[in-house]
Each structure stands twice: as structure tokens, then as C-alpha cells.
Design a protein around this ligand. Structure first.
Ligand code: GTP
Ligand code: MG
Length: 170
């Protein structure tokens, strides 16, 4: 087959959690140590083949800075999927991630596929958020959960692949 499914995807999460870095890794296979903080939002697209189908992700990489919070609904409304990102070395970013999940549950589309990504998994020595805690939270709230590293690429494609599979199932 040659079906192409377009899917709007949004990344949400605290400043510095690694949203842009995850997108850069997924779209361009690159990582930069000094990624600039996003202003407003940035758009990318990338296709992913799943069996004989293709998902074309239209990706909105939002800005984590609080002053841009009011823009977020423009990006998550109508989104087929959302990736809520926190930094495993920053407990406050996990608290912020839970707030995003609450906002999506209250204001977003109930059909949006939600993923929780605990990023910077390469920095195990600095871990502040236990994987078990995040996993339990994700299960309770109907998200799927992965720890990722934009730096080493671990689980980055996997998050998008899981989303693509769920989209095609639904
Ligand atoms: P805002 O755009 O401000 O909301 O931040 P963001 O969530 O887009 O974070 P960004 O991708 O800009 O990453 C912030 C910093 O963390 C950058 O210096 C990245 O290099 C670093 N970083 C991102 N992902 C990882 C990772 O997986 N491991 C490590 N060690 N550093 C990372
Ligand atoms: Mg960014």
C-alpha cells in the first residue's frame, strides 16, 4: 500500500527538558550541546513508515518558557498526538509535565495519543525522577512512557514509532 496518514503532533514540557533536541534527533539525526531555547514554537515534518503505511508527522515544537504558555492550545488543539517531555535530572520538570498532562486532559482532544518522555536518560548519575514513579504515573493517566536521550538517541525513534503504530491502529 501507499497510504500516507498526516498526523499533527505537539511537544510540551518545561524549559530545557529537551523538546527541540528530541525533534532535532528524530528529524535530522543530530544533537547539539547548546540548543537555543525555543521562541514561540517551531515546525518540522518527518515521515515514518510502519509496515506498508506511512505516517507524516507535522510536528509543533513548543516553547517551554512560561511567557509562551498561552500559545500552547493553538498547538495541542486538533493534535493527533502529544509528547510531554521532562528531564529525569530535574524534579521540577516532572511536576511541570504532570501539569501539562492535566491541561491536555481538561482542554485537549480526548482522542489525542499521549506519550510521556523522561529525557536526558544518559545522565543517570544526576537522576532526580525515578523511572518507576513516572511509569506508574503514566499508567494511571493512560499515557505511554519511555525514557529517552536526544544525546545518545536511545528510544527517540521508538517514541515516534509507538505513536505511529497507535495512530494506525485507531
Ligand atoms: P525550550 O525550547 O526552552 O522549551 O527547551 P527545550 O525543551 O526545547 O530543550 P532543548 O532541546 O533546548 O535542550 C536544553 C538543553 O538540554 C540543551 O543544552 C541540550 O543540549 C540539552 N539536552 C537535550 N536533550 C538532552 C539529552 O538527552 N541528554 C543531555 N545530556 N542533554 C540534553
Ligand atoms: Mg525548544
Amino acid at each position: 500500500g501507499n497510504k500516507i496518514r498526516n498526523a499533527k503532533l505537539v511537544l510540551l514540557g518545561d524549559v530545557g527538558a529537551g523538546k527541540s533536541s528530541l525533534v532535532l534527533r528524530f528529524v535530522k539525526g543530530q544533537f547539539v550541546e547548546f540548543q537555543e531555547s525555543t521562541i514561540g514554537a517551531a515546525f518540522f515534518s518527518q515521515t515514518l513508515a510502519v509496515n506498508d503505511e506511512t505516517v507524516k508527522f507535522e510536528i509543533w515544537d513548543t516553547a517551554g518558557q512560561e511567557r509562551y504558555h498561552s500559545l500552547a492550545p493553538m498547538y495541542y488543539r486538533g493534535a493527533a498526538a502529544a509528547i510531554v517531555v521532562y528531564d529525569i535530572t530535574n524534579a521540577a520538570s516532572f511536576t511541570r509535565a504532570k501539569k501539562w498532562v492535566q491541561e491536555l486532559q481538561a482542554q485537549g482532544n480526548p482522542n489525542t495519543i499521549m506519550a510521556l518522555a523522561g529525557n536526558k536518560a544518559d545522565l543517570l548519575d544526576e537522576r532526580q525522577v525515578p523511572a518507576e514513579e513516572a511509569k506508574a504515573y503514566a499508567q494511571e493517566n493512560g499515557l505511554f512512557f519511555m525514557e529517552t536521550s536526544a544525546k545518545t538517541a536511545i528510544n527517540v525513534n521508538d517514541v515516534f514509532y509507538e505513536i505511529a503504530k497507535k495512530l494506525l491502529q485507531g
